[in-house]
Design a protein around this ligand. Structure first.
Ligand code: SF4
Length: 290
């Protein structure tokens, strides 16, 4: 119940008790991300984490059903520490249904499938993996820390361990020049990884990040709103596996979408066509958020 700095969580975790296990992100190099730039990464002392769980049990009366482990990638923690946190959460909240976390690809790869399965058995039900793109060139340009094959391996390990895999991809991340390659490679990676959920978020340049500075200097050419919608449409047209729960309803997106691929893909593509042709209103820049 004590927090350091800004706390971020996926939109669907709005009902979850947010338990801060690490401060910041162990990667913290991605050129577009300003989430944890003001924090230097460290794991919180275990004693503090366990105290927080006890405080939350008193505050919520043990009635919480969901817990989200923050900050950037709690999965990087020592296996024994994660297991003790999951076990304590299970004791503190008898109605607990699911514990979830962000999972950076490099952090995920520090765990074997067996270790991830053990975490699953102790209550870790879902991981949000920031894939962003399937393009090696873009992954390198944004300093994500892995190439597409390693990203695929991270996703596959989570899936094989039985953890509900929710990936995020970032529309517009390659700018004007790399747009088509970014989307086709991202669709290809999704088709090979076969996640349960895909969230397509839309790039917003964040002041203080290297990508923002690149754009100001004219070294990065962002897409306009119409091109962002076209990228989203191209992505949907090239995903050929399923069922996948697809969302594009984050505050960063111009047009909220939520449906299942493949069944509802044609309707989402049609909605994008209407927006591209100006028949449907889209979010204005001032209405967008991170
Ligand atoms: S891994 Fe995620 S949280 Fe960490 S810097 Fe990259 S985008 Fe930000």
């Amino acid at each position: 119940m004590r927090y350091e700095g800004n706390i971020f969580r996926p939109p669907g975790e709005w009902k979850s008790y947010l338990l801060q296990c690490t401060i910041g992100c162990s990667n913290n190099t991605c050129t577009y991300c300003g989430m944890y730039k003001d924090k230097s990464f460290r794991v919180r002392p275990m004693e503090e984490i366990h105290q927080d769980i006890d405080m939350a049990r008193v505050y919520y009366g043990g009635a919480k059903r969901r817990v989200f482990l923050c900050d950037g990638d709690a999965i990087v923690m020592k296996q024994s520490d994660l297991l003790s946190i999951l076990d304590h959460l299970g004791e503190a909240f008898p109605q607990l249904e699911k514990v979830t976390t962000y999972a950076g690809p490099r952090s995920t790869l520090t765990k074997s499938v067996e270790e991830l399965r053990e975490l699953r058995e102790h209550g870790l039900g879902r991981a949000y993996l920031g894939v962003e793109t399937g393009s090696d060139a873009v992954l390198k340009a944004v300093d994500k820390g892995v190439d597409a094959e390693r990203m695929l391996e991270a996703g596959n390990r989570l899936r094989e361990a039985g953890i509900d895999l929710w990936i995020m991809v970032l529309i517009g991340l390659a700018g004007q020049e790399g747009s088509e390659e970014h989307i086709l490679a991202t669709a290809d990676l999704i088709n090979r990884m076969k996640p349960n959920h895909v969230s397509a978020m839309t790039l917003q340049l964040v002041e203080g990040t290297p990508l923002y500075d690149d754009a100001r200097r004219g070294d990065f050419h962002p897409l306009n709103a119409r091109q962002m919608l076209e990228e989203t449409q191209m992505l949907l047209e090239h995903i050929d596996c399923g069922p996948i729960h697809f969302t594009s309803d984050h505050a960063s997106n111009y047009l909220p979408l939520n449906g299942t691929i493949p069944d509802e893909a044609p309707a989402m593509i049609a909605a994008l066509t209407d927006a591209i042709e100006g028949k449907t209103a889209i979010r204005q820049e001032w209405q967008r958020g991170l």
